[in-house]
Design a protein around this ligand. Sequence first.
Ligand SMILES: Nc1ncnc2c1ncn2[C@@H]1O[C@H](COP(=O)(O)OP(=O)(O)OP(=O)(O)O)[C@@H](O)[C@H]1O
Length: 266
Amino acid sequence: MSGTAGAPEGLCAGRISLSLGGMTVLHDVSLTARRGEVLGLIGPNGAGKSSLLRVLAGLRQPDAGSVVLDDEPLAAMSSRRRATQIAFMPQNGGEPPPMAVHDLVSLGRLPFGGDAADQDAIIRAMEETGTIPLRERPASALSGGELARVLLARALAVEAPYLLADEPIAALDPAHALSVMALFRSLARKGMSVTVVLHDLTLAARFCDRVALLQEGRLAGCGRPEDVMTDAAMRDVYKVDVRRLDGAVVPWNLVSAVSEGTEQTS
Ligand SMILES: Nc1ncnc2c1ncn2[C@@H]1O[C@H](COP(=O)(O)OP(=O)(O)OP(=O)(O)O)[C@@H](O)[C@H]1O
């Protein structure tokens, strides 16, 4: 444990407000990502999940509030130290650079000196994401799901204690999505902190230790999935009615369709 007495452990966002393009996209949001857990950021499109993740990563400066890593304000950390402590996987990743997959994953080791441990970390990250067979391929020629796994490998290669991943499973088939969520669980059990933006509510409820539910830039709830992802909250925030299958949350009908008596499925 590295925090000083009284200082909260973890990556703590305190009373964050953020405006983009003249619009307030985060309002007074407080949240802590802790070592040893998978924290899911959930909420509808535009709710502020990516913006909050970027603030947590130190990639965006909030207008108000601060982010503290254990007892150290992020704003006071060197970018190199921050890059060794917090690994970030962006949403979509943009146009991949014209380089081989292995070289792209190797970029995760840039904050380090280039010692022998680098190659081990790169191989480990590629094994964990099933990207070894892709290693010689040009990144620009990958499918969307393949590229997503490579970008995750780049973030994992950092071997930072804090991983922030923005929709890492959005482009993945069910087998790869399950495998990545299981990997997150396993990394958290080894002491990492994994914060992940998710739209798959079923997997969020199943694999996250806690979820933070964002609604229009505000925190609508944060805690165990069963406490936060209630039928009422899903209805209010997502405008969907859910069904529970073996305890899993399955979005089932649009609230508007139900209220108009035109339920889509039985
Ligand atoms: N650079 C920007 N300039 C202006 N507005 C922005 C910018 N980036 C994001 N926004 C707006 O901020 C709000 C929150 O965006 P954000 O990407 O954080 O949402 P999100 O919850 O991650 O959404 P999604 O699920 O669609 O990815 C949205 O209304 C978005 O249009």
